[in-house]
Structure formats: structure tokens, C-alpha cells
Design a protein around this ligand. Sequence first.
Ligand code: MSP
Length: 533
Amino acid sequence: MNLVDKAEKTFVLTTPLYYVNDIPHIGSAYTTIAADVVARFQRLQGNKVLLITGTDEHGQKIERSAATLGKAPQEFCDQIVPSFISLWEVLNIQYDRFSRTTDPRHHAIVQEFFSRVWENGDIYQGQQKGWYCVSCEEFKEERELLDGKRCPIHTTKEVEWRDEQNYFFRLSKYQTKLEEFYQSHPDFIQPASRRNEVLSFVSQGLQDFSISRVNLDWGFPVPVDSKHTLYVWFDALLGYVTALLEPDAEPNLTNALERWWPINLHLIGKDILRFHAVYWPAMLMSAGLSLPERVFGHGFLTKDGQKMGKTLGNTLDPVGLVKRYGSDSVRYYFLKEIEFGKDGDFNEIRFINVLNADLANDLGNLLNRTLNMVKKYCAGNVPSIVQEAIPANNPLKAIGLTLGERVKQAYEALAFNQSCEAVLSLVQASNKFIDDQAPWSLYKQGKQEEVEAVLYTVLESVRLAAYLLSPIIPNISGDIYQQLGWKIDFNDQKESLIVAPFATHATWGILSNQQQLGTPQPIFKRIETPKTD
Ligand code: MSP
């Protein structure tokens, strides 16, 4: 037995498996950026992390998108999938598994899971009547619809009437069990507003839902009746399980669940909350599997107040945005400016202003001016400081001593904006500290020790800030670290974990005068605001 493996702490998280009806937009990038930040943070904590993303390729929506272009569905999916993979590359996403629901291994997992639920007596045949939104791949209540029988989420799309024989999953049987589970696991659904939404939905009484479709070819056949195709959501959620298989493992549930199950965190948008917080746990209960730890439903990115999306056609091209401004900028803006869990609007001028203020002015200039002063007043060496020489009430040390723990808690709560704000408070205090202390005049007065104490304190603050922001802006953090004399690349998972673990680097006072400072170079170039004439 391998004791090391037994003792390893794992953390598994997922993004949704994205529909491939079109190339990805910034909305799909949003969840994946957040997931990557969590994964990087968890790795710095020393955990073995598995970040799962991928694509959801079956169903009517994809079948129709392919048909519109005169393509076979598989060929169509194969053409779209690379655009997701290359977006993750430009956004500097370090995923571990890319799960495609058309993978033959996934078929095996779905069949086995289906038989467990079937043998448990939770699947039966019935008549499905109702309004169906193909874009959501979901039946809607009549009272939810907008005028003209339009979907409340895909507001330009009319829902379609369906009246057909389907197989149903006995969701109603799990009402009490689910309610008990929500009670005993108050952190299962987050944020609290989403939890309340789910609790209220469930308390109205759960209806069984249909898990098969007729007149649809693009999907897996229902194992017990090949005239029916399995409902895309039943198949898609299981994509998370398939993703857990080691690349060369035989595709069965035992192998899939062996090392990584249960999943620690599902990151999703609020529109697919019900599937993840109600249907999914009930399906897992039926199949006798333990449940995930946490489902977090974030808000929508809007443009001019409307949900950005493929269906409405008001999308923002993430690749273009990254090309113009770089991946760190895009990652930083979305996580710092929008409270994760709430909706947020994108505006390019605001985007530029935030980056200039935080990264170019506050952080970038701070490093640059301090390094230049160190060059001038300390012969370019990190001042040699005994930690006790800086009193605990030094304003920067006072923040720095507890900052690591505060930022850690914010990352754990997925309050990325709070992580950024907490770090910025140290950066801003550092700028103020330099202005107040005026090391240039201390130097003129011959107060070398004081000059050195001021400059050390500020450099150490910049270092700590860079480290704590490294899950969000790994490139900039790496550049700062290099200028401070470390050879650390925060994109190198193994290296940054071994060389810069959170337990040491998130604490105050590790900068030493053994570090050979690099040449001061701007770490973030100010962005010019585009002319608006
Ligand atoms: N295929 C399903 C998920 C299956 S998971 C087993 C799906 N795909 S999707 O491509 O339509 O959406 C994926 C995610 O992108 C959802 O979490 C959705 O909330 C998110 N977003 C789509 N548009 C968005 C915005 N405008 N803003 C933020 N996120 C949005 O649903």
C-alpha cells in the first residue's frame, strides 16, 4: 500500500461542461477563470488538485446548430472544441481534464450509472407535456414565460410545445432526503441567496423529470429502449464522473470514483443551479454515490444590462480582449470588479481604468520607484534587516502579519474581489508610507538605518502582495518575484509549490538580503484609453 497516496489531500473542482453550439464567449470564460484561480490557490496550499472542464456535445441544441451549417453533429463538435481549448490556453488556464461527452468512455459510464438508477426502480415511462426551451434544454413552467411564449433566459427564443412518451426519473422520491441533506449541509449551495432559491423551489414540491427524448438522434440511446435518446442533462452531469478516470483506466464507475470522488466544488452560473443542486444530488443518491461538497452559482456577465450570450448575440470576444490587454488583465478585471455570485456589467473604459489604477499605478509604480530608491540609497541590495527592528505597529507590517490569513479565507469563500481588495489595501498603504516617510529626505539627513527600514518594509509588502495575487495574475506576480531576486515561475505548478508554498510565502518578513535584486522594469504598461470620437 502506498502510504503517501493515502495521506494525500485532494481537491477536485469543475467548471460546467460547455455547450458547443458556438465558439466560447466571455461568459464561458468567466467560470473557467474563477476555477483556475481556485485551483492555483489550492495547489499553493499543497493539495493535489484536479481541475475538470470540458464540453457538453449532445442534444437538440447542438443537433440543430450543426444542421444549420449542413454538418454532421460530430464533425461540427470536433470543429468547435479546439476553440475552447485554445481559449483556455490564451487565458492561462491550467486544467487537468477536458471531458467531452462524446468520448466513448463516457458512454460506458453513462450506461453503468443508468443501470444503477434503473435497478433502484427510479426510472419509469410516462407522458411529457410542456413548453421546452431548446437553448436551455429544459422544460419551462408556463408562468415563467415572457410574452410571446419566450424563454426568460433566452429572451429572443420561443419555447416549443412537447407532448410525448418519455422516461422519467423519480425526483419526487428524493424530496425529503434532499431537504434533510440541505439542512445538514448548510454550505452545500452558495452563495446564501442561491441556497434560498433552491430551498424555496424544493419546498414547493418536486416533480419527476423526463430523462429521455424521442425524435432526437444526437445522444446516447436509452440503454433499455433504443427508440429513446437520453436527455442531454442526464448525460452531461455524468461527464464530471467520466473526467475522473485515469487516462488509461477501464471506463467503469469503480475506477472513476476511486481516487478523486467526491467532488469538492462545482462552479456554475446561476441559470444551471437547479440541475446541480437538485437533480444531480438526487441522481447520485439514487445510484448510491456520495454527494459533492459544494455548488457555487455565480452571476451573469451583462452588456448593457442584458445577459451576454450566444443566443442573444451580444457577446464579447475573449480572445480579442486577451490579445489587446493580456491574460492577467482579463483575469484580474473580472474577479476584482465583480462580486462572485452577483451579476456584473462589462464596460471597456471601466476595464482600462481599473487596470491602470490598480496594476500600473498602485502596484507597478510602487515596485518601480522602490527598486530605484534601493539602487540609489542602498547600492541595489535588499537592506539587511533584523525583523525585530521593524515594530509590530509599523503600518505595513501590521497589515502584512495577518494579510495571508485574511486573503486565504477570502479565496476559500470564493470572494475574489475581497482577496484583491485586501491585497490592494497593503499596496495603497505602502504608497502612502513612502510619501509620509520620504526616504529621499531621510537619506539627505544621513538616516541610513531608517531609509533601509522603510525600503525593506515596502519591498516586502510588494512581495507579499504579488504572492497573494499570484493565483489571479500569475504572470505579473512572477515578474515581480523575479525583480525581487527569486527564480519562481508561478505557471510552473511543481516549482511554485516546492519553492513558494503558501505556508511560508504568505507570511510577513521572508524577503532577505541574500536576494539579488533584478533590474527595475515596469511590470504593467499603462493602457491608453481609446479615443471615443
Ligand atoms: N452544457 C450546460 C452545462 C452542463 S454542466 C454538466 C450549459 N452550457 S452553457 O455553455 O450554456 O453554459 C455554461 C456556463 O456558462 C453556465 O454556467 C452559464 O451560467 C455560463 N454563462 C453563459 N453565459 C453567461 C454570462 N453571460 N455570464 C456568466 N456566465 C454565463 O449550460
